[in-house]
Write a protein that binds this ligand. Structure first.
Ligand code: NAD
Length: 365
């Protein structure tokens, strides 16, 4: 019999399908009368269509979004929502647009209709972040979108480079849950399905950006993966990504893409059974090897150096990571520095010496 566990799911409504952007006004009408659209530049064209479709129910648009939700931007968006007397928010775009809408929703207690156009998966979680000097992450039921509208047509223009990194961000969610040492079997099963969809659809969408089947599978995989992570909780990989990204203002998905093979190779807190399952789902002997190969196949960035991170910040970042870690390696600055150094240089992930292979550091090819 399966071991006992508790699985908590955020509840929401998902509308999926080609052309579903048109259904946003009706979805929003069920929750309020004045809809503020939060959409950055990449969603400008879809945002204009949405504003036209909203007609009298439009409370206007807030057109600036930024990664990690800068504090000042969140304050401006809150002021804009107040001034427009908005009673519903509609985010249209990647995790930056969703994240900004979440910050406003928590402050003003407004419902969100999320229309995601990347695979960040923020729409499936009640987690929100705001960045001042440091990134602060909170959990609030008001941050969870009431409705998620997935229209794969909105994602065919996502550049291959962003598709690759964002897809690996979703894969990082699934891998963290499937390989994680928690006992939530429902979340593990959900993550397994997510990884199956994502690992197949990501190379397909990079090869053929207009492949609506692959684009749709990526959105569904992203939803499943992020929901699983919200239930099972994050681990070392995510905390490192948020620390690096928030502190050094790096592109969130790129940091995931670079770090993932290295964190999976070295994180002894992950379970052997989960690691084996991830490897099998990736068609590899080892999960880090499979992730490294997939990342190279889709052309994701390979090193923190390529993201513009100066090697000079690694010592301080490793010290901060070691201090903040809730992990068996907490306090081990040298261990964090080695992991970050490998990721900075973009070498293939290294399996550190362990009880299973005491003599050698195995380098992945
Ligand atoms: P993003 O929203 O900044 O989008 C990445 C890039 O893709 C941007 O340049 C954007 O303009 C462009 N883009 C988006 N959709 C496009 C489209 N359809 N066509 C063309 N270009 C498009 O980045 P992201 O990776 O989606 O999200 C990152 C943010 O989300 C970070 O701030 C991260 O912390 C947050 N996040 C939060 C959660 C959560 O649960 N709270 C989960 C994941 C990510």
């Amino acid at each position: 019999m399966a071991a006992s566990f508790v699985h908590e799911t955020p509840v929401g409504r998902v509308v999926f399908g080609r052309g579903t952007l048109e259904r946003v006004p009706d979805e929003a009408a069920a929750m309020g009368r004045r809809v503020l659209v939060v959409a950055g530049g990449s969603a400008a064209a879809a945002g204009d269509r949405l504003l036209a479709a909203l007609g009298e129910r439009s409370a206007g648009a807030f057109g600036t979004v930024a990664q990690h939700v800068p504090e000042a931007l969140a304050a401006q968006a809150v002021a804009a929502a107040r001034q427009a007397a908005a009673d519903v928010l509609c985010s249209l775009g990647g995790g930056s647009a969703t994240g900004l809408a979440k910050a406003v929703a928590v402050e003003l207690d407004l419902p969100i209709v999320a229309v995601p156009t990347t695979y960040a998966g923020s729409e499936a979680t009640p987690v929100f972040g705001i960045t001042g000097e440091r990134k602060r992450v909170g959990v609030d039921p008001r941050a969870l979108p009431r409705v998620v509208v997935y229209d794969p047509e909105l994602t065919t223009g996502l550049p291959a480079r962003v598709t690759a990194a964002s897809g690996l961000n979703a894969i990082a969610h699934a891998v963290a849950v499937r390989a994680g040492g928690h006992g939530d079997r429902l979340a593990a099963l959900q993550a397994e399905n997510a990884l199956r969809l994502l690992a197949t659809a990501l190379p397909a969408a990079v090869a053929e950006p207009a492949d609506l089947g692959a684009r749709g599978d990526l959105l569904l995989g992203a939803y499943l993966a992020a929901g699983a992570l919200a239930a099972a909780g994050t681990g070392l990989h995510h905390r490192l990504c948020h620390l690096l990204g928030g502190r050094h203002r790096l592109v969130h998905a790129d940091v995931h893409a670079v770090l993932l093979p290295h964190t999976i190779a070295r994180d002894e807190a992950l379970g052997a059974d989960g690691r084996g399952a991830v490897a099998a789902l990736l068609g590899a002997d080892d999960p880090a090897e499979g992730l490294w190969r997939l990342a190279r196949q889709v052309g994701a960035p390979a090193s923190l150096a390529a993201l513009g991170l100066d090697v000079g910040v690694l010592d301080d970042t490793a010290a901060e990571a070691a201090r903040a870690a809730r992990h068996p390696r907490a306090g081990d600055v040298a261990w964090f520095r080695t992991l970050l150094g490998d990721a900075h240089d973009g070498i293939p992930p290294v399996q550190p010496p362990s009880a299973h292979n005491p003599d050698k550091r195995r380098r992945r090819r």
